[in-house]
Design a protein around this ligand. Structure first.
Ligand code: TMP
Length: 235
């Protein structure tokens, strides 16, 4: 059956379509933090993130990255290839910030000579804990080859994104990706890429991302709108 709600996420809902290999993602106006402990409706966020993520995934597809993105079909909706999500949040850090700074007592803003890749286990009941390669293998989430691919692909995507954001005057500090297995068993990039799951600092060090919500720094949608307009101006 098509148009059945298959999954209700914090920022998106997922529906079935007439094609069993295609799903519809509907971006919502909800912002959460601390694994949903703080939750707010922010009008216009869904439209902005759908546009931003669609634009970035189109560029990633064009650059030869295998992704789930098919097309944007409305202000809040896009079609994606159906995948079995790998339950890992793959975080890449170019610059110290957020939980890294907190965990290790390092000030924000120090550039890593080589970007750092981290895994978190996607499990709400466990609060998405930090997890290492050995844990990933023990839990049979991914094998050595798959772990290596996830890291390499994330670093490759970082190089593309860092370059695009630099061209519009934004520094890509860190971000989170999710991957999944497509119908042929191939690992492809899934989920979204928006200021909800990355950190972007402008030349003056202003936060142009969800830290505006996390740290109560002003209007989230005003900032996301600026990011969208800048991205649209990118060739
Ligand atoms: P962190 O510093 O809180 O670990 O976050 C690193 C990056 O990953 C940051 O850009 C936000 C993103 N992220 C998510 O998108 N979802 C999450 O659940 C977490 C923990 C981080």
């Amino acid at each position: 059956m098509s148009n059945q709600l298959i999954y209700q996420g914090k920022a998106k809902d997922i529906y079935s379509t007439e094609d069993e290999n295609v799903i519809k993602s509907v971006y919502k106006d909800q912002a959460t933090m601390l694994n949903g402990a703080r939750k707010e409706t922010i009008e216009g966020k869904g439209v902005l993130n759908n546009q931003i993520s669609s634009l970035i995934f189109e560029k990633l597809n064009a650059a030869g990255v295998a992704t789930h993105f098919i097309e944007q079909i409305s202000e809040t909706e896009q079609l994606n290839k159906k995948v079995d999500i790998i339950p890992l949040e793959v975080v890449l850090r170019n610059v110290t910030a957020g939980s890294f700074s907190k965990r290790f007592g390092v000030e924000e803003g120090r550039v890593f000579e080589t970007p750092i890749v981290e895994f978190y286990y996607k499990n709400d009941d466990l609060d998405d804990p930090f997890i290492n390669d050995e844990h990933v293998k023990f839990l049979e989430i991914a094998n050595d080859e798959e772990i290596a691919y996830l890291k390499e692909e994330t670093r490759r995507i970082n190089e593309l994104l860092k370059d695009w954001f630099a061209k519009i005057g934004l520094k890509l500090i860190d971000f989170k990706l999710e991957f999944g297995f497509d119908k042929d068993g191939k690992i492809i990039l899934a989920d979204e890429f928006s200021p909800d799951n990355c950190r972007l600092w402008d030349a003056d060090g202003n936060h142009m991302d969800k830290d505006v919500f996390r740290r109560d720094l002003g209007s989230l949608t005003d900032v996301y709108q600026v990011v969208l307009e800048k991205l649209k101006a990118l060739d």
